[in-house]
Ligand binder design. Structure first.
Ligand SMILES: [Zn+2]
Length: 514
């Protein structure tokens, strides 16, 4: 066996075990039933811990390799190495995974109570977007605090401690640096972000205030006003659509770019039910073979935002090469979120909304909505940097976590606490995907970068003027090489620029001032 074949064989086996694990997770998230998630994870761990496989990997990695095989060796080594440091680290990894899984169960099955009545997340979202009574919206928003106690009781603080310990064991400064390095990003990436935000913050706040005042008469925007303002700017968001045929408009949009969605094996589970996770996900079960979407629609136009985004993930899977098991493991989450966000953004673009709304009125509404979203985009930094502070500080109690949350808002946005307790625990990423939230923002940034590069090269004003060429550009220049390079390098290859938040700040400024 050549070293390259040896690498492929290890990758294929690891991929097979991951596929089983993802299938079981899908069952757990869609039904609340656990058919052996921990056992499947255990099988992945035993494979990663296997000394013989590790030796084979090292042997192959130390051979003379072409650039593709060298990249494969690098990707696989990153997965295996943590399990060949010490038995203590292996045990720590298992404890982290078990606790994460238990806590995700708490979050997925928890229901908040508003006015003494149990409400699921989609009902709360509906209240927040359409309830004109501000006091009721406030109550609905703050009901999300309820899950904080349940999460803390189930061991969230222990989870943080275990992760901090793990990063130390890996020889890293802290869990943030460890995670960013694992994602092939600069360990200090976040440190320049507050300053970049500071440059544009006054402009953002002015735009937000003008739009909120104009459409909803709100002069002091509170968290429970955010989605109400969005749906006041574009009442279309809340209008009823029949979701029984949700796939046709989606398929038509993607077909324009040369992607045949109905021909792809994408499963949609989109209606809410008891014990089903309340959010929206794509489960990338097996690249190019099996992709599944979990969502919770309530027959509103705004549901398409999630469906388009998650379908974007599915299409990404089916444009990747299923034969490249190892390289596919090297695809950055930012590329995935960038492509998904790009298609998600069609939700406010005429090419998609014209299926449901026509006329100048809708155009004006969606244009204001886009402006609002631009002016609001960087508020994501609050969650991203708070998530990091959970590891760079060492909160020892729920109260200290809550203080950190307020502190982040004060430092970044100069905002005062909006209540006696902040809402944070309902963001499942803090529990299941730590140091991941930046992928969405960098995904937005990537999405802007891809459009900018394409428009300039083709000399057009909108990607919908050359949709097939744009689809081709995504396939050939983004998806195809995406497993081969660490994200910052891929970004540089496509755009000719270094990855930094300034790309996004520039776009926001252009759009808010233009
Ligand atoms: Zn996504």
């Amino acid at each position: 066996m050549t070293p390259g074949e040896s690498l492929d064989r290890i990758g294929t086996e690891l991929n097979g075990l991951s596929i089983d694990y993802r299938r079981l997770n899908w069952a757990k998230y869609t039904t609340g039933m656990d058919f052996g998630v921990n056992e499947a994870y255990g099988r992945i761990l035993s494979f990663l811990e296997n000394k013989e496989t590790w030796d084979k990997l090292m042997e192959a990695g130390n051979s003379r390799l072409d650039p593709v095989d060298a990249r494969k060796a690098e990707i696989l080594t990153r997965s295996f190495r943590p399990f060949h440091l010490s038995p203590e680290m292996n045990e720590l990894a298992v404890r982290i995974q078990r606790l994460t899984s238990a806590l995700s169960g708490v979050l997925n099955t928890h229901r908040c109570s508003v006015g003494g009545r149990e409400r699921n997340a989609t009902e709360i979202e509906k209240l927040l977007s359409s309830e004109p009574d501000r006091a009721l919206r406030k109550e609905a928003f703050l009901s999300r605090v309820q899950v904080s106690d349940a999460l803390a009781e189930a061991g969230f603080l222990d989870l943080l401690e275990l992760r901090r310990e793990y990063a130390k064991g890996m020889g890293e400064r802290d869990f943030v640096a460890y995670s960013l390095k694992e994602q092939e990003l600069e360990p200090d990436m976040f440190s320049a972000w507050p300053e970049a935000l500071g440059e544009i913050l006054p402009r953002m706040e002015r735009t937000r205030a003008n739009l909120a005042e104009g459409c909803a008469g709100i002069s002091d925007i509170m968290p429970w006003d955010e989605s109400f303002i969005a749906s006041s700017l574009a009442p279309e968001l809340d209008s009823h659509v029949d979701m029984t045929d949700f796939l046709s408009p989606i398929a038509e949009l993607f077909a324009g770019f040369g992607f045949d969605v109905p021909a792809m094996n994408i499963t949609y589970d989109i209606f809410p039910r008891r014990n089903k996770s309340e959010w929206g996900y794509n489960f990338p079960i097996q690249t190019g073979t099996d992709s599944r979407i979990l969502a919770n629609v309530r027959n509103r136009y705004s549901d398409f935002r999630v469906l388009l985004h998650e379908t974007g993930h599915g299409v990404h899977s089916f444009t990747s090469d299923p034969g490249q098991a190892v390289l596919n493991m090297g695809i950055s989450g930012i590329v995935s979120e960038g492509i998904a966000n790009l298609f998600g953004s069609f939700f406010t673009r005429r090419a998609f909304y014209s299926n449901f709304f026509t006329g100048n009125e809708a155009e004006g509404h969606f244009s204001n909505l886009s402006k609002w979203k631009r002016a609001t985009q960087l508020t994501a930094l609050g969650r991203i940097l708070f998530d990091g502070s959970l590891y760079t500080s060492s909160p020892g109690s729920l109260q200290e976590i809550e203080r950190l949350r307020w502190q982040t808002d004060a430092d970044l946005f100069n905002r005062e606490p909006y209540s006696n307790r902040p809402v944070w625990a309902n963001t499942i990423h803090h529990t299941t995907h730590p140091i991941y939230l930046h992928n969405y923002l960098l995904g937005d940034l990537t999405c802007d970068m891809l459009e900018t590069v394409f428009l300039k090269r083709e000399g057009v004003g909108d990607i919908t003027e050359k949709p097939e060429a744009f689809g081709e550009f995504l396939r050939e220049e983004v998806v195809a090489p995406s497993g081969m390079y660490p994200f910052p390098e891929l970004f540089r290859r496509i755009s000719g620029e270094d990855l930094s938040l300034s790309f996004l700040v520039r776009r926001i400024r252009e759009e808010l001032e233009g």
